[in-house]
Write a protein that binds this ligand. Structure first.
Ligand code: IMP
Length: 499
């Protein structure tokens, strides 16, 4: 006989938090949202922690390099979408890793014999305004000069002009010797009013650059998520088909963490993928898995060795899986059950495997609910797709700006690998839609507002950290009539445009 769950399957909107005692300490400025991204042993620290509990969805319409840079600056992580060629995905990862660091390896290099046209083409291709001029055009060749926007004027100069005619030569450059600390390098930049400082070795070969803008960026983004070499942290989605080619390319590009992207993760395909990664790389490569919606699915992936586990089937805003296939589970119920399984697994094994509630976050308070129910962080698609930094077109519809947003299981994305059950290499039917979402502005501004709300609610619950919230939260189910009570009611709203 089929198994029946006792509880109905519930969504976030069916719950509310009931306040707990807030001491005078409970102020948003004292709240810390740091949370583990990957598993760790009791008493040890995770290898990567997020500074905010948000990651962006593995989707064409959400996570490209631009969004990844913006989110890492705020303290979260993007998982670059895998429904593109291995080369294109690896290039996106590399662009995030190259974006900034204390000591940046130079990726735009030419020789003195190149022309202004070469400089312009390189600038167009890489987007960098500083080009190192080395004797052989390699990143570690003998440094002969640099070219920046200050060295040429396109309207006055022939594009045939050789670089040696207009570069700023080495003798006019302030440089520093390899071995200088980042702090010393930044002091040299300030003292000499420089935009960049080339670091050279004892033979005069270029090692790296330190840029003024990186210093300023770090001051403006105190939660910025950086690796050991002070580069932004980035993740990438993989699938259970081409991982033998995709994973090595992503690692080569510098990816920090992977995640198997699948609509249904309780499968042998995920086991085989994780096993292969462990055989090739041991524990050095971190990989999340999912999605699951119950304790059994969690236990399976935890035992396979997943570094974190995503929860959620059918709750995504663009998702029609429940309608087409009749599978899934309310996002709140799934999160609550998997969080319980995570805690039991921790008690039993001493290994804490973080979980991520993925999909179905509509209101900012849903983030707080997901965390209170035991999620360590949340994955968001629709939320991030609305911002300037998402990869999609901004269009005006009926006088309002919108951004496009489409599911990975839609005919537009055709990410058949996400729905793969080992059959033909094609998407047999759609599990997602193509849609618009209201344009909302910059990621930075919106994340700040959302997290201000999360912190405020946490204070109402007497919690200054996410683990404390999970311990102290008191949750109540709401009746359908009390949901009506929760919105503005029994008043005549003023027309916002007339005031
Ligand atoms: P959202 O934040 O509610 O928009 O949900 C985003 C999540 O929906 C993603 O992280 C995926 O887990 C899931 N998803 C993405 N594309 C599809 C699809 O086409 N069908 C079903 N689920 C999808």
């Amino acid at each position: 006989m089929a198994f029946y769950f006792k509880e109905p399957s519930r969504t976030f909107s069916e719950y509310l938090l009931v306040p707990g005692y807030s001491s005078a300490e409970c102020q948003p400025k004292n709240v810390c949202l740091k949370t583990p991204l990957v598993k760790f042993k009791k008493g040890e620290e995770p290898r990567i922690s997020l500074n905010i509990p948000m990651i962006s969805a593995i989707m064409q319409s959400v996570s490209n390099d631009t969004l990844a840079i913006a989110l890492a600056k705020e303290g979260g992580v993007s998982f670059i979408y895998g429904s593109q060629t291995v080369e294109d995905q690896a290039a996106m990862v590399k662009r995030v890793k190259d974006y900034k660091a204390g000591f940046v390896k130079s990726t735009s290099n030419l020789t003195p014999e190149n022309t202004l046209l070469d400089v312009l083409n390189l600038k167009e291709k890489n987007g960098h305004s500083t080009v190192a001029i080395t004797h052989d055009g390699t990143p570690n060749g003998k440094l002969l000069g640099i070219v920046t926007g200050r060295d040429y004027r396109v309207s006055r100069m022939s594009t045939d002009l050789k670089v040696k005619e207009f570069m700023t030569p080495l003798e006019k450059l302030v440089t520093a010797k390899l071995g200088v600390t980042l702090k010393e390098a930044n002091d040299i930049i300030w003292d000499n009013k420089l935009n960049s400082l080339p670091i050279i070795d004892k033979d005069g070969c270029l090692d790296s650059f330190v840029f003024r803008k990186d210093y300023e960026s770090n001051k403006n983004n105190p939660l910025e998520l950086l690796d050991k070499e002070k580069r932004l942290v980035v993740g990438a989605g993989i699938n259970t088909r081409d991982y033998k080619e995709r994973v090595p390319a992503l690692i080569e590009a510098g990816v920090d963490v992977l995640c198997i992207d699948s609509s249904e993760g309780f499968s042998e395909w995920q086991k085989l993928t994780i096993e292969w990664i462990r055989e090739q790389y041991g524990d050095s490569v971190m990989v999340g898995a999912g999605n699951v919606v119950d304790a059994e699915g969690f236990r399976f992936l935890a035992e396979c060795g997943a570094d974190f586990i995503k929860v959620g089937i059918g709750g995504g805003s663009i998702c029609i899986t429940r309608e087409t296939k009749g599978i899934g589970r309310g996002q709140a119920t799934a999160t609550i059950e998997v969080a319980k399984a995570r805690d039991e697994y921790f008690k039993e094994t001493g290994i804490y495997v973080p979980i991520c509630s993925d999909g179905g976050i509509v209101h900012d308070y849903h983030i707080t609910l997901a965390l209170a129910m035991g999620s360590d962080f949340v994955m968001l698609g629709r939320y991030f797709s609305r911002f300037d930094e998402s990869p999609t077109n901004k269009v005006k519809i009926n006088g309002q700006y919108m951004k496009e947003y489409w599911g990975e299981g839609s005919a537009r994305a055709r990410n058949w690998q996400r729905y793969d059950l080992g059959g033909d290499k094609k998407l047999s039917f759609e599990e997602g839609v193509d849609s618009y979402v209201p344009y909302a502005g910059s990621l930075k501004d919106n994340v700040a507002i959302s997290l201000a709300k999360v912190k405020s609610t946490m204070c109402n619950c007497g919690a200054l950290t996410i683990p404390e919230l999970q311990q102290k939260a008191k949750l109540t189910l709401v009746s359908s009539t009390s949901i009506i009570e929760g919105g503005a009611h029994d008043v005549v709203l003023k027309d916002k445009t007339s005031s």
